[in-house]
Ligand binder design. Sequence first.
Ligand code: ADP
Ligand code: ZN
Length: 668
Amino acid sequence: METQNNNKNRNKNKMPRLNLTWIYIAIAIALGYLFFAGGDMQTAGTASKSVTYTVFKQYVEQGFANKIVANKDEGTVRMYVRPEHVRDVFQQGIEQTGKQPFVQAEFPSADKLDEFISSQQDLGNFKGELSYKRSNDTFMQVFWNLFPLLFIIAVWIFIMRRMGSGGGGMGGIFNVGRSRAQLVEKGTENESKVTFKDVAGQASAKQEVQEIVEFLKNPKKFTDLGGKIPKGALLVGPPGTGKTLLAKAVAGEADVPFFSMSGSDFVEMFVGVGASRVRDLFRQAKEKAPCIIFIDEIDAVGRARSRTAMMGGNDERESTLNQLLTEMDGFGTNSGVIIMAATNRADILDKALLRAGRFDRQIHVDLPDLNERKAVFKVHLRPIKVDSSLDVDLLARQTPGFSGADIANVCNEAALIAARHGKQAVTKEDFLAAVDRIVGGLEKKTKVMTEEEKRTIALHEAGHATISWNLQYANPLIKVTIVPRGRALGAAWYLPEERQITTREQMLDEMCATLGGRAAEELFTGHISSGAMNDLERVTKQAYGMIAYMGMSDALPNLCYYDNSEYQWQRPYSEATAELIDKEVKRMVNEQYERAKQLLMEKRDGHKALADLLVEREVIYAEDVEKIFGKRPWVSRTEELLSASGSEDEDTNEQQPTPPEDAESSTL
Ligand code: ADP
Ligand code: ZN
């Protein structure tokens, strides 16, 4: 639907532009013609020559003149030559000279010319007509004087137009300061039909915006009691969680127009444009009030203004932000315009934006949890022809960490996969394949690998699997594969626990499991390889996070050096602390690496069996690992939650992939 709206807007804006373009082309052609034709269209293509007055007189006396045109303003006279004498004058036939060749001369005075011509008429040398012409060329003269200027202006407009249209399609110099907001309004083609029904989960966010709907629908109820209607609400949450959808649903529920714009649309290369777009947007909105303005990615304009004048660079953004603040203060609380903005980081926004009377409400829109995912699936499965055996519970379980947009994508991808295989309905396998694909990219079975490389990758992945299986807090394993996918050569997939807080033990266990790959390589191949780079990067980041931000090391307990300012010129700690942090990070990573190696040595037989199985089968599942190491003695929290929610269909044998190791990013 989004694209349709766009198209429509574009077309609307294209029409006048197209006309202008045609006008330009017409002018250019006319100019070109005039230019080459020397300004006289009638005589284009015919011969002419300038002669002295004496020669002119001779020609007339000889009876060559057909017609004489005198221009007294210019002091010139034209004598059109009679066809039979063309050869005498031009030494060429009429075929070469054209129908009306003429000679032109300057005459000394009008009286003399009149006298001469009447004498010739009396003598019978000139029988044709005589006419006088005023110089009507003034227009042309002015035109030719202005021509270079006009030409330059035309070129300039053309270039500006090009630049303006680069960004959003409908810029142009004349409306560069216009807002590019997309309007969704009732009764127009891009009417929004989104309501709260289309937003699955997000119960608390929905409840909060419900209030806004009430305001829009019945402002009197609140103002009568002396309350002020809020001006803005900020939706905070990761991308794809349905912030835009929620704002649209508010507009849909309240049945008011909806202006949607992205923060980055305000920012343009010309200074002052952003501010004027903000002004324009609010002007439009006030006309349509009550309505909702939705600004996506507000951080593009709303980042904290830099205090250092030195940076200077972003005056444009600051003036845009200032204008936004002014507008928000400017319109009365009762004007009925409510601004909703979305960001995934509220902490980098300018404090002024979050002040009371502006975006004073913050609504958190989080990634959906298990039950919410189920609900989102149900919304997006509506239009899809699914196989009757499909189990939505299973899908929800297989997609931890997915956003609403990811789930919408899974559903779509599954339908495509099913269609590609010529199926009548979309089955569970299609969905699981879609999940795999979205998480890991396409399988690359064609990637050429030597036996030895394969063996190394198998040892590496088996290392992760062995350790995570044998540590209490590591995430439960689901699937290990050595089929390259996307850029990864192999992957171990875990079921991340959906927990709200993570303890130090859990983090350390995870770190140990992540290091298990490299440890296994070192222990069992004797070499270390580049394949572990991702693992190491994650481990290093996590260790820094734990030590510098979460106060989790003994040497630096309870200290958080997190700083959310945009430019970090100075570390908020001393050089000595920096060294200490580095030392602690190294110590922590080394400790976990040693722990991983030790554990691998203890379980070396199991690890070897796992690696062999991997080389043979390329993909192994939790049950295979269970056969080797035995059942894990710990019940994972997710399983606990699931059995609590009473879903019978455990389906553990079917356990299929879920996010690979990377999907469970640390809680940082
Ligand atoms: P955001 O603005 O947070 O980045 P969007 O609102 O643009 O995310 O969401 C993108 C798409 O994802 C929506 O069009 C919708 O199809 C799907 N989606 C996201 N969250 C939900 C949800 N809670 N319920 C249903 N669909 C959702
Ligand atoms: Zn690894």
